[in-house]
Every structure is written in structure tokens, then in C-alpha cells.
Design a protein around this ligand. Structure first.
Ligand code: IDP
Length: 139
């Protein structure tokens, strides 16, 4: 059975463009409850740990530089079928391919600076949530 929590973070391009409020509004209107939220900034090394699965990809170094270039807003979200429904809400990785009305279609600047992250499995949602939050920070 699909779990009811997922992990997201609003990425540096969307935070610096002052789009985080509009993005959180869309998330809440889509029925997700914010369980945990904070504003923070990754070092390049921590960004590298978060995206370790992409270590061998050509864009890895650039991605780590970008993800540590400014503030991010990580969040844990709750809703039935959270992971799958949230991936639909954010749209495809490449904003040119993201469906109209999805968060990446509305706010992403490029395939790299694509406004928002969404976990791709229940297992990764749990791992990524623990990367940023302790049990005490979840409500
Ligand atoms: P996802 O975020 O839609 O799950 P992934 O393939 O897991 O996509 O890639 C992680 C992140 O790496 C993307 O959200 C994006 O920021 C960046 N990325 C993915 N593909 C490319 C690319 O071809 N060039 C530059 N950055 C990329």
C-alpha cells in the first residue's frame, strides 16, 4: 500500500524569485498538509550527499553548485498516496515537458533550476525527510 507522506524542497531558483508562498499555496490547495517545514541552505558537500545517486551523471557537479547557491525550503507533506500524487503536482523534470498547471510548468526556469523536488518512492521519502528533519520537528 502506498504511504501517506512525501518529502519536498523548494529549490534556490524558486525561493530567490519569491515564489515559495505561491508554491506552498498550490501544495495546500491540492490537499497536502505540511508536517514539517524550514528554510536552510545546503553546502555543496551536503547537496552532493543528497544527490549521491546522480554522482556519475554529467550534470552532478553543476547540480551541487546550484543546489547550494541559495536558500531552500524543505518540507514533509501528508496526503493519501502522497508520493505519486505529489509527482503529478510538480510535473516532469524538464519544465518544457511538464503539464500545464504543474508547479514546474508554472515556476521552473530550466531542467536544472526546476523550482521543486519531490521524492520518487516511499523509501526515498523517508530517507530524504530524515536528511533534513528529526522526529521532534514533525507535526
Ligand atoms: P526529478 O527531480 O524529477 O526526480 P532526477 O532525474 O532525479 O529528476 O534529477 C534530479 C535533479 O537533477 C532534477 O530535479 C534537476 O534539478 C537535475 N537534473 C536532472 N536532469 C538534468 C539534466 O539533464 N541537466 C541538468 N540538471 C538535471
Amino acid at each position: 500500500m502506498a504511504g501517506n507522506r512525501t518529502f519536498t524542497m523548494i529549490k534556490p531558483d524558486a525561493v530567490s524569485a519569491a515564489n515559495s508562498g505561491a508554491i506552498i499555496k498550490l501544495i495546500e490547495e491540492a490537499g497536502f498538509r505540511v508536517v514539517a517545514v524550514k528554510k536552510t541552505q545546503l553546502t555543496e558537500e551536503r547537496a552532493g550527499e543528497f544527490y549521491a545517486v546522480h554522482k556519475e551523471r554529467s550534470f552532478y557537479k553543476e547540480l551541487c553548485e546550484y543546489m547550494s547557491s541559495g536558500a531552500i525550503i524543505p518540507m514533509i507533506l501528508e496526503k493519501a498516496n502522497a508520493v505519486e500524487d505529489f509527482r503529478k503536482l510538480i510535473g516532469a523534470t524538464d519544465p518544457k515537458k511538464a503539464e500545464p498547471g504543474t508547479i514546474r510548468n508554472l515556476f521552473a526556469k530550466s531542467i536544472e533550476a526546476n523550482a521543486i523536488h519531490g521524492s520518487d518512492s516511499d523509501e526515498n521519502a523517508a530517507i530524504e525527510s530524515s536528511f533534513f528533519f528529526s522526529g521532534l520537528e514533525r507535526f
